[in-house]
Design a binder for this molecule. Structure first.
Ligand code: C6P
Length: 396
């Protein structure tokens, strides 16, 4: 277990006794991250890869350190780390750069539990190219069903979430990657809900791409990561054209920059990259295995306590990542969320940007709690007790 009470002190927003249980949407930020950004603006704000004066060199060095720190965090090479705006943009980069080359009869495989950001780009790319869009279903427990049958010799791209943001399911991602490769397909992993919570090693997984967002792992908003195997990235064309992604521009022709800058056109989000460095260092100091144990403990405890409430339906498998989606009788998730907000408890209600999945559960919205490093057993108690009060107040 982590010492969450001590960790909480690093997070200024939690000083007002906010019980923050919407970590799957975004995490809170510690002083270490906030101060690093403040230091950048107060001391060495400059554009990167351009000026040769001192503060520009320092900003560039810090920005490049971010590639190295993130690479080490997921066991990649620094030139395999492309900074984007978020997971959504990371997946779109691959969809536009690789996906548009698909032909009729090629197949793209996703699953029903994808977030829209790993669903809509492939659905649309398939519409443009005529490729077949295949969706792996889920079983009644919330696990992928018969995925082996969906990946065939015609499959060119398999793009699957590592961990579901609604069900908490942790998918058998290594087997899926293996199966994709056996069939000659590229394997793309949506790591938005895995990388912040447990150790992810891209070499061990052997995935071709991994996408995730800084803001769900203590870093600022506006920075996402796309990991890609260098040989694949080298063979791909750029996603955006413009400044910084070029080596040489002539009147009729342009030579592109090396990796990763070929995919980082224009002025990047330097402050967010600097924040991301501190965020990763913070997580590494706690230890990813300790983080996982801590949030596992809270999730199991919350599942146990929720059993006290009659008429509650919990979605997803028993063994799961650190979030719980539920429905309490006829209580609308937004009413549950608004009621708990009055008690200073923040939870999410809605379709979770996963409408095909939530609709398949027979719902248009669910409520969700999601845990992180600063959450305590007391936070879980406050949430469950608050939900009991909501049940009484709304008579559901
Ligand atoms: N899910 C949630 O509350 P962006 O918005 O690009 O940083 O992340 C998109 C994304 C992709 N995949 C998964 C599995 C996700 O959970 C998310 C973000 C948030 O569940 C916001 S909708």
């Amino acid at each position: 277990m982590l010492n969450a009470d001590k960790i909480k002190k690093d997070f200024p927003i939690l000083k007002n006794l906010l019980v923050y249980l919407d970590n799957a949407a975004t995490s809170q930020k510690p002083y270490q991250v906030i101060n690093a950004i403040k230091d950048y603006y107060e001391r060495y704000n400059a554009n990167v890869h351009r000026g040769v004066y001192k503060i520009a060199v320092e900003a560039t060095e810090k920005y490049e350190e971010a590639h190295r720190v993130v690479a080490k965090f997921i066991n990649a090479f620094p030139n395999e780390i492309i900074f984007t705006r978020n997971t959504t943009e990371s997946i779109n980069l691959v969809a536009y750069s690789l996906g548009l080359k698909l032909k009729k009869d090629d197949e793209v495989v996703v699953s029903l539990m994808e977030h829209h950001s790993n669903f809509v780009p492939w659905q649309q790319i398939c519409k443009i190219t005529g490729a077949k869009f295949k969706v792996i279903p889920i079983d009644e427990k919330g696990n992928l069903k018969d995925y082996e049958k969906f990946i065939t010799k015609n499959t060119k791209i398999v793009s699957i979430t590592h961990a579901s943001n609604v069900l908490g399911t942790i998918n058998p991602i290594k087997e899926i990657i293996n199966l994709a490769h056996k069939n000659g397909a590229i394997a793309i992993i949506d790591g938005a809900q895995s990388v912040p919570h447990f150790s992810v090693d891209v070499k061990d997984l052997d995935c071709d791409f991994l996408a995730f967002s800084g803001h769900k792992m203590l870093a600022p908003m506006g920075i996402g990561v796309l990991y890609g195997k260098q040989e694949i990235l080298k063979s791909m064309g750029p996603f955006n054209y413009g400044g910084d992604m070029i080596r040489e521009v002539k009147l009729n022709e342009t030579k592109f920059n090396d990796l990763p800058w070929k995919f980082e056109a224009g002025t990047p989000n330097v402050e967010a990259a600097i924040g991301l460095v501190e965020a990763v260092k913070y997580l590494e100091k706690l230890g990813m295995n300790n983080i996982y144990s801590h949030t596992q403990y809270l999730t199991k405890y919350a599942l146990f306590r929720l059993k006290e409430i009659p008429n509650i339906k919990v979605y997803g498998p028993e063994k799961r990542n650190c979030l719980i989606s539920f429905k309490l009788g006829r209580l609308h998730p937004h009413d549950a969320s608004a009621f708990l907000d009055e008690l200073n408890i923040a939870i999410r209600g809605g379709h979770m940007c996963a409408q095909p999945l939530v609709n398949s559960l027979g719902e248009i919205a669910v409520a969700r709690v999601s845990f992180y490093i600063y959450n305590t057993k007391e936070d879980v108690d406050k949430f469950v007790d608050g939900l009991k009060k909501a049940k009484g107040a709304f008579k559901v």
